[in-house]
Design a protein around this ligand. Structure first.
Ligand code: HEM
Length: 145
């Protein structure tokens, strides 16, 4: 029961997260490259928070999911290896990059230079997230929602 709720939340939250990343990158890009006079701090913070919530749900799933099998033999199976090692490690790297990007830029969001710095950190994090999501075309047992 708890597992199903967490799995559905984790799976569905990916869409909000991806939407927030794109919206944030558009705003950061407008400020950094178009010199638009807009505020980007709140949207950047919101994306950071959504990603951290996703991380916490993922962390609980990691210890209750039947797809995470703590056994050396899992390394020989591409799907078991994906859930045991690849998904968690790339996502943690993506979240660290995002968090560093936000904290390094937070005092400078009001100027285009700060937005530019954040833009590249958020973009790198998004690329890592996109390549480590278990998309059904890559991991046949995964779902779209
Ligand atoms: C931005 C970060 C993340 C995103 C966008 C994300 C996205 C997803 C998605 C879409 C699924 C597939 C759900 C399904 O098949 O319906 C999934 C599964 C899973 N994720 Fe994440 N994830 C993230 C971070 C993490 C982290 C940091 C961990 C561990 C600490 C984690 C642990 C898991 C586990 C264990 C599963 C398999 C659950 C199961 O099907 O039993 N995720 N994740």
């Amino acid at each position: 029961m708890l597992y199903t709720i967490l799995l559905k939340s984790h799976s569905g939250l990916r869409w909000l997260l991806l939407f927030m990343f794109i919206a944030t990158l558009v705003q950061l890009g407008r400020k950094a490259f178009g010199k638009a006079d807009i505020s980007v701090k709140s949207i950047s913070l919101f994306t950071l928070i959504v990603t951290h919530i996703q991380f916490l749900i993922g962390l609980v799933l990691y210890f209750i999911s039947p797809k995470v099998v703590f056994d050396a033999a899992s390394m020989k199976d591409s799907i078991l290896r994906f859930y045991l090692v690849e998904h968690i490690s790339l996502m943690i790297i993506a979240i660290i990059i995002l968090t560093i990007g936000y904290s390094k830029s937070k005092q400078y969001f009001s100027v285009p230079k700060g937005a530019k710095k954040a833009f590249y950190y958020y973009l790198t994090s998004l690329v890592l997230i996109l390549i480590s999501i278990p998309w059904p075309f890559r991991i046949p047992i995964a779902d779209w929602f």
